[in-house]
Design a protein around this ligand. Structure first.
Ligand code: SF4
Length: 283
């Protein structure tokens, strides 16, 4: 039975998809790898609002506006702000998160003024492994964006991805770096292989993945949420609700960025069966 009986759900809204020129070896959104995914420039604002409403109905507490690309420029910033204002106007009670890559202090400030509550920027992997995974930008740029988020005073959502061939020491190093940023929410992703990508397999075993959740909880005790994000179904299979026994207290409901998740109805039915309560209101 689950020790940790109260959890949070978060939904992702891919408001721009598959248009990124960066070369992160784990990411199907990069145009370099030609993965067979849906690619589009801008989702309609009405559709974004509809998805936010549906996420709320499904029990989500957080709603994340995700763009594909290295970071914000003026046009993308205006689009995210427009989407944020439209969702906020509905007063759905959702924590609104933006996930738009590299961002400066003034850009993050503009998001805050548009109603964004939190900013998600993951460190992805260890500082000393990053150049083997990405060559088009640096780990230090990522870390700086997280510092910028803290400077503006938006809530920081910062995690990473396991299973890229990193060593155990590098996994610990990434968690130490995340802890140093004092994030509110730590999304843990597990690599989901795709035949188009240069990395061919997930290098984390299920047992290791459970241990990594426990380790993240131990190393980042102040995080309000340790969230299992991408790769949940593939990594944990029929043991996926055991993540809550290991210290996770949140997961992503519905589809991920480019892979389908369980349906919200399936997740909610299973959570109820296990006696796990979904917290909708607390932020
Ligand atoms: S992880 Fe982000 S920056 Fe890297 S390819 Fe994917 S969308 Fe682009």
């Amino acid at each position: 039975m689950n020790e940790n009986k109260e959890i949070f759900l978060c939904a992702i809204c891919n408001i721009e998809s598959g248009t990124c020129n960066e070369d992160c070896k784990f990411c199907t959104q990069s145009v370099k790898y030609k993965a067979d995914i849906l690619r589009y420039k801008r989702k309609e604002i009405e559709q974004i609002v509809e998805e936010a409403k549906r996420a709320r109905t499904n029990g989500a507490n957080g709603f994340c506006l995700v763009t594909a690309g290295k970071g914000l420029d003026d046009k993308r910033l205006e689009f995210v702000c427009e989407a944020a204002r439209a969702v906020k106007k509905e007063n759905l009670g959702l924590i609104l998160i933006a996930c738009n890559g590299t961002a400066t202090v003034p850009q993050i400030q503009a998001l805050k003024e548009a109603g964004v509550d939190a900013y998600n920027h993951n460190l992805e992997t260890a500082q000393d492994y990053y150049s083997q995974i990405v060559t088009t930008h640096t780990w230090e740029e990522r870390y700086q964006t997280c510092l910028n988020v803290n400077e503006v005073g938006l809530r920081l959502v910062c995690g990473g991805i396991f299973g890229l061939g990193e060593t155990q020491e590098q996994r610990v190093s990434m968690l130490e770096s995340i802890a140093s940023l004092n994030p509110m929410n730590v999304p843990l992703n597990f690599f989901h292989p795709n035949e188009a990508l240069p990395i061919v397999e997930n290098s984390v075993s299920r047992e290791e993945a459970f241990e990594l959740i426990s380790l993240a909880r131990k190393m980042i005790p102040n995080a309000m949420k340790i969230m299992v994000a991408g790769g949940r179904e593939l990594m944990f299979g029929d043991e996926q609700y055991k993540i809550f026994e290991k210290g996770a207290n949140a997961f992503v409901i519905g589809d991920y960025l480019t892979t389908a998740g369980r349906t919200p109805a399936e997740d909610i039915a299973e959570l109820e069966k296990q006696g796990i309560k979904v917290i909708r209101e607390r932020d």
